[in-house]
Structure formats: C-alpha cells, structure tokens
Write a protein that binds this ligand. Structure first.
Ligand SMILES: *[C@@H]1O[C@H](CO)[C@@H](O)[C@H](O)[C@H]1NC(C)=O
Ligand SMILES: *[C@@H]1O[C@H](CO)[C@@H](O)[C@H](O)[C@H]1NC(C)=O
Ligand SMILES: *[C@@H]1O[C@H](CO)[C@@H](O)[C@H](O)[C@H]1NC(C)=O
Ligand SMILES: *[C@@H]1O[C@H](CO)[C@@H](O)[C@H](O)[C@H]1NC(C)=O
Length: 587
C-alpha cells in the first residue's frame, strides 16, 4: 500500500496523524559469531511477525508471584487465576490502538491480526517484502557455520518514532538462537541390569552403571509412596523439533521398569501443528527419554506430551515458504491460553543465553512468571556445556561473545537463566552421587540475582579465591542451576531397543517426576500445588542430597566446583523425596 492510501485510510477512521512519523532504529545487533550471511531473503517468503506490546503492570505481577511463592508469606499458595494474570500483563489501550493504526497503514486489518488473550502479543503473517517495508530493513538468509542450519533474519530494524514506547519487541528479526535438545545418546547397551540389592547396600549396585526408574526411586528416597490419579494433579513434557514420543516404546519401557503402568499412556496435545508420528523409526530419543522417565516416576498422575511444530531451520535452497518463530514462543502462547495447564512441566531444550536478544528473553521469562503465578512449576535442563556454550566440545570450547567483541566469557543457557524457572543440572554415579562434568552452571548476563538465592549464592561466591574467573562471569547474575538430578546412563527404549542416554535432558524430567509426587502430597493434604518452586526450595536445603564432588569444565577452565551448600554445578543438590514430602506440607 502506498503512503497516500494509508493516510486516506487513517483520516477516514478519524485517527491521529502520528502514524506517519519517521522511522528510527528500534534494535540493532552485531552480526552473530558463527553465522554467515548467505543471500537476500526470497521474495515469496512469509514471516509470522510477533509484536510484543509493553506490559506496564508486570512489576505488580512479579510482586504477586513472589508473595504466593514465598512459604513465609500469608498468601503462599494463593495462586492467581488466568484472568487475573492476564489483567496484569495487559498493555495500555493506547499501545494497542497505535500499533493497530500503524498496521492499518500497511493494509493489515483487525481480521488479519491474531491477539493473545491478554492482548500483549500481536501476531501477523506477512510477506518478507512487506515486513521489510514496515520495519525499514532488509532480511537475509543466514547460515550457521557449524550445523548448516539457516534462518531468515536481520541485524537491525526500525519503527516509526512514536511507536518505540508502545512496542517492546518484534520477532523474528534479530534472534539467532537455535533451540536444541540437551542430550547425547550412546547406543549399544548391555541387557537389563539385574536389580539385586546386597544385604547392606542401600541402592542397587547396578544403578552405578545404568539408571532406571527403580534407581531414581531408591536414590531420591521415594520409598513406597503411591500418588493418586484423582486429586487433580498433572504433569507435562514439551517436545520440539519433530521429537516424537512413541507409545509402544513406553509400553516396552513400562514392562521392564514400571510393570504396574503397563497398558496406560499419556495424553497428546498438538501445538502449532506439531505431530506425534507413531512410526517406530520416527520416535525421538529426547521425547522418549522425557516421557518414559517423567511419566514412569509419577504414574498414575495425569500426563501430557506437547509436540510443538514450527521448526527452524529454514532451508533456503528448497525455498521453504514459511519461516516461523522460535517454536517455544508458540508453545508459551499456547500454554498461557489454556485454562488448566499441567502443574509441573519439564523442558529439555534451550540455547545459549547470548543467542537470544535480551528484550526477547525478558518477554519469554515474563511468560514463565505468568505460569508460575498460576501455580505451574516449570523445570528446564541447565545445559550440557558445563560453564561454556552448548555448541562446542567442552575440551575445545572458545566461549567467545557474539557481541562483536569476541571476548571469552562463560556462556549460561536460556531459558534456565530466567529467574522464574527451576534450572536442573546433572549428576552421575551413586554412593557417592557426584556432579557430572557437563552440568550447565553459571551466572546470567541478562537477569540479576533474585532475592531467593541471595544468601546461598553469596556464600558460594565467598568461597571462591579472589580473582577466580574474573571477567569470565557476572557475579551479580541469576545463578544456575537451582537443583540437580542424575544425568548419565539412562536406560531408554527407542524403536524397541534399549539405549543409554545422557544429558541434563534426563535430569529435568527426572526432577519433574519428583515435583509431581510432591504436588500429590500437597493436593492430598488439601493444599494448593507448589507453583513456582525456587523461593521454597532455597528455604529447605535439608530436603536435598548435597552434592559436594565434581566440577563443570568449559571455556578452557575447570569450571566451578561442587561444594557443601549451593554451588554453580549442582545447585542445592538432588531431591530427597522422603524429606521433601514432609517439608512441603508444612507451608
Ligand atoms: C511418520 O514417520 C515415518 C518414518 O519416518 C514416515 O515414513 C512417515 O511419512 C511419517 N508420517 C507422517 C504422517 O508424517
Ligand atoms: C488429564 O489431562 C488432560 C489434558 O490436560 C485432560 O483433558 C483430562 O481431562 C485430564 N484427565 C483427568 C482424569 O483429569
Ligand atoms: C571476531 O571474530 C570474527 C569471526 O571469527 C571476525 O570476523 C571479527 O573480525 C572478530 N572481531 C573482533 C573485534 O576481533
Ligand atoms: C560407582 O562408580 C564410580 C566410578 O567408577 C566409582 O568411583 C564408585 O565407587 C562406584 N560406586 C559404587 C557404589 O560402586
């Protein structure tokens, strides 16, 4: 549409003339390290633009979140309703109107617009050429050097000056992250270990080389606790990148490791066209790992697997006609719109914090806060690169910043670095259980250290000799992980065969299974679910097995060291359900 038509439309609607103000740069980033500019974006390419309008009352929501999550506050457990949360993240009407007005000047009408329930996100599907005009930019195809993945992105975009204060973020523009599963697979595993317990051993010796449901129950002191299917409890696993959870494999797994669950299965929910292809060779290692262990540990609690479609990378040579956003925004939009999301949800995907634009990371994190305020516990794996990034071999990691300065820095993972989620690191072995070397740990460069971990983290920092890793990390940042669980040698079934899987990808669903059991304890006692966990967890460190051996090397360093108390390798430690179940009903 030409400018004159736009102006005609505006005057016909009687709206302000301001929509014609000149463009000014809204956001500009350095070309990210590790990506090469390939070509201009194809003209036929469509983009789903998500426009985030400011949430002026977010600080009030955050205050509510901390009150209902603080075990010493009188409002503990009094979670907000979906509508109350939405009211607190709603944008000013003026922002809604001015953005609509601007879209109308580009011939985009209300019927072309999708709005989130709180109206804080506006989504439109536009050809790349129109997006370029609206944002006064040029989109290019960028290729990730190491993987060959491609994305259609820009390094800078503009908005009419009067809109700057009415728009927080627009994506996809400058975001170069690649959502990855935090796991590795080792095939060729020995037959099922004999579950023999010696006369004096507390835990089966086989658990030192193979982790099963029984091993986690023994290690984490689940005893013979039996949760119920009918107290309104629920647990969820998210799946991305065409990772499908296979129901036959779950049966095989249950037959071996959870016989009482044979014949039961999970609910499947498709998000943004996500599939759950049940062909044996379409089964995903990550998805099978997650559902087998999270649902196996928490059986018979109502379990749901979410498969989110919308997969970058875009493949320029085939000319993929659409380029969706990062799939986890799709999932977050979807789950926020649900009346009853699962009460404990595990996600084993993430990326280096530095690949996510800060304003976008803040918005996603604000979305996690909304779920927490509604009583949902969110677990994320902390990453598999130790103190370094997830892209490289820990032995050769360079850990360069992608801010154009190429400085060496520890690279924390996102979403684990969001203070409103519970970041789960990894351990291995038994008697003693020690930190596994790849356990993602460190300090956010975006988010400040939240009050709930002040004392624990300061104590840890005080143990570091002066000058330790100086300049490599932000000692005032949100520290990860919060907790840990086993992350090595999980015995998973895939296409009918047993395989061995490792990663904090395994730790997060394992921990989440325990959280679901704790919710069972609370619900049976007539109490609300746990919701956002961290403020509670840091007040009950005695509910954890403190991990005091091991370290998480990366970036050419030995990384942090596990010590008594909280540390940046295993957080508070691994759960002791027997103790936690008594502690969590005390509030
Ligand atoms: C399911 O996966 C199989 C094996 O990868 C593939 O052949 C089949 O086309 C897929 N089905 C669908 C509906 O995508
Ligand atoms: C279990 O969860 C699913 C999906 O959220 C829901 O549709 C179903 O009603 C739940 N079933 C029970 C028994 O609560
Ligand atoms: C950073 O590294 C990239 C690629 O390795 C190089 O092109 C660029 O010039 C470097 N920048 C600085 C400031 O050293
Ligand atoms: C488990 O294996 C580790 C590593 O080989 C070893 O150090 C530890 O003693 C073993 N634990 C037991 C109980 O055998």
């Amino acid at each position: 549409m030409h400018l004159s038509q736009g102006l005609f439309l505006l005057s016909a609607l009687g709206v302000a003339f301001a929509a014609s103000s000149t463009h000014e740069v809204k956001e500009s980033v350095n070309p990210p390290r590790g990506w090469t500019l390939h070509s201009v974006a194809p003209a036929h390419h469509n983009i789903e633009l998500k426009i985030g309008l400011p949430q002026p009352n977010f600080p009030i929501l955050e205050k509510h979140l901390y009150e209902v999550s603080d075990p010493f506050h009188e409002r503990y457990g009094q979670h907000l309703t979906k509508e109350e949360v939405e009211a607190l993240v709603a944008p000013h009407q003026e922002s809604v109107d001015l953005v609509s007005e601007w879209l109308a000047t580009h011939d985009i009408r209300e019927s072309d617009i999708q709005r989130s329930p709180a109206r804080d996100w506006v989504t439109i599907k536009v050809p790349v050429r129109l997006a370029e005009k609206m944002l006064d930019t040029t989109y290019h195809v960028w290729v990730h050097d190491a993987s060959g993945d491609s994305l259609v992105r820009t390094t800078s975009y503009s908005l009419p000056k009067h809109l700057h204060e009415h728009v927080d973020v627009i994506q996809p523009t400058t975001m170069f992250s690649r959502w990855k599963a935090h796991k590795s697979t080792i095939h060729d595993v020995s037959p099922a270990p004999a579950s023999l317990t010696g006369p004096n051993a507390k835990i089966d010796a086989s658990c030192n080389s193979t982790i099963t449901i029984s091993c986690l129950q023994q290690l984490y002191n689940v005893g013979n606790y039996t949760p119920s299917a009918d107290v309104g409890n629920s647990i969820g696993i998210t799946g991305y990148l065409e990772q499908f959870a296979n129901r036959d494999d779950l049966q095989t797994f249950y037959a071996e490791q959870r016989p009482d669950a044979v014949g039961t299965t999970f609910n499947f929910v498709s998000v943004n066209g996500g599939l759950n292809n049940q062909s044996a060779d379409a089964a995903g290692v990550e998805a099978n790992l997650d559902v087998q262990f999270a649902f196996g540990l928490s059986f018979p609690i109502n379990s749901t697997f979410f498969s989110t479609g919308g997969r970058p990378p875009f493949i320029p040579d085939i000319g993929t006609p659409e380029d969706t956003n990062e799939p986890y925004t799709e999932w977050l939009d979807f789950i926020l719109a649900q009346e009853n999301p699962p009460l404990a949800i595990s996600t084993s995907y993430g990326d280096d914090e530095q690949t996510v634009p800060e304003n976008f990371a803040r918005r996603a994190c604000a979305g996690f806060a909304q779920l927490g305020a509604r009583g949902v516990s969110l677990m994320f794996s902390s990453g598999d690169g130790g103190v370094g990034d997830g892209d490289d071999n820990p032995a050769t990691q360079t850990c360069l910043t992608n801010d154009g300065k190429n400085q060496t820095k520890f690279i924390p993972g996102f979403p684990a670095s969001c203070p409103f989620v519970t970041a789960v690191g990894g351990t291995e072995f038994i008697e003693p259980e020690i930190a596994v070397f790849f356990s993602g740990g460190g300090f956010s460069n975006f988010f400040a250290r939240p009050a709930y971990q002040d004392e624990a983290v300061k104590k840890f920092l005080d143990t570091l000799p002066p000058g330790t890793f100086e300049g490599l990390f932000n000692p005032n940042g949100r520290a990860i992980p919060d907790v840990a669980a086993q992350g090595e040698r999980f015995r998973v079934f895939l296409a009918g065969e047993a395989i061995s899987v490792a990663g904090t990808s395994a730790s997060s669903p394992a921990f989440t299974g325990i959280v679901a059991l704790l919710n069972d304890v609370r619900l049976k006692a007539g109490k609300p679910p746990l919701g956002f966990l961290n403020p509670l967890l840091y007040t009950i460190p005695e509910g954890f097995n403190d991990i005091t051996i091991g370290n998480n090397p990366g970036c050419g360093t030995e990384g942090f060291t596990a010590i008594p108390g909280w540390d940046a390798v295993t957080g508070l430690g691994t759960p002791n359900f027997g103790k936690l179940k008594d502690l969590v009903v005390g509030y």
